[in-house]
Design a protein around this ligand. Sequence first.
Ligand code: 7TS
Length: 404
Amino acid sequence: MLDIQKIRTDFPILNQKVNGKSLVYFDNGATSQKPQVVIDAIAQYYQEINANIHRGVHTLSQLATDAYEIARGKVQNHINAKHNHEVLFTSGTTFGINLVTNGFAAILKPGDEVLVSSLEHHSNIVPWQMLCERTGATLKVIPMNETGELVMSEFDKLLSTNTKIVTVNHISNALGTINPIEYMIQKAHEVGAAILIDGAQAVPHLKPDVQALDCDFYVFSGHKMCGPTGTGILYGKEEWLNKFPPYQGGGEMIKEVSFEKTTYADLPHKFEAGTPNIAGGIVLGTAIDYMNSVGFENIQKQELELLEYGTKRLLEIEGLRIYGTSKNKTSVISFNIDGIHPYDIGTIIDKLGIAVRTGHHCAQPIMNFFGIPGTIRASFSFYNTKEEIDSLVEGVKRAKMMLS
Ligand code: 7TS
């Protein structure tokens, strides 16, 4: 069992007062807080080895390069990628998805179909719409039901040999639903389609095994898993990444450059033009080490307890409705109170030091499905406590009283 009080001392920000009250941080779906080891590792990089990578013969440049490549190896091990060069450093999930859609721009033609789920974050919708506009391919949408689950019988019907790529999140940011990606990957492959998994909301809670999953792409951000902002990973199967043209041209992604012809570097460098977020990449490795030291089994156990306790306590409030009621969900509770705008509740509980996200959570199609402008979203991390949930419940009750 985790010693939560001890874990909490790893996160200096959790001691913070906000508006004169102890901070209750329930906006982990937007970004996680950072443990001291991660904060220290950023400073240590700049204090001790800061240099550009892959280009100097000097000692610091080699140290920085080694540290960056060691971090790539840590990510490779963490997600069980077959090859080190299938792990690309990016600035985040959004960048990773756009890199893949750019790759498919050279492949898709009119008549081809892209299947996107209705549970997506805008960053896994808009790039595919842009791709379809560019190529003449058709975007098709996998529908959801009232519990916030994708309807697999409809997915099966939508799949055909015209489907070239399926894209779905592992876990929904707005509702917390864990999608049946194993089934979807298998089905996509049966019709010869590739499949991208947006793991942005999954990696804070579980350790994906990309070989066991057999997905073609798996993307995520470092900042939601205790790492720095501006970091992320695109895992792609070698055969797909080799097929794709470079995303950006520039330094580091070339073999030879002349005005007549340029040849490109091998993977992963072909997709890593320019000076990357070196400190960020290295420290993402530190964050992964930290999460593994806490242990994903422990993380899941704690978060499940918080989800069950939070669901029970919040439902005590009259007129409160939870959106996303799948049995298969992670520690996200999206809710509304009859007749009250989510923004008003969020503003009042902020005064009590409680941080939640309100609004559409960059998932407007989900809000449209439920016919609401948005929700209040409390997203828990392993460092949260039941006492904090009690504060949330008291805060929401108080806000409700003030507003009704
Ligand atoms: N995909 C999912 C499922 C997400 O939850 C997010 C961010 C992204 C993609 C984009 O990630 P980025 O790191 O490139 O911005 N989700 C949220 C959220 O739920 N609240 O703030 C950001």
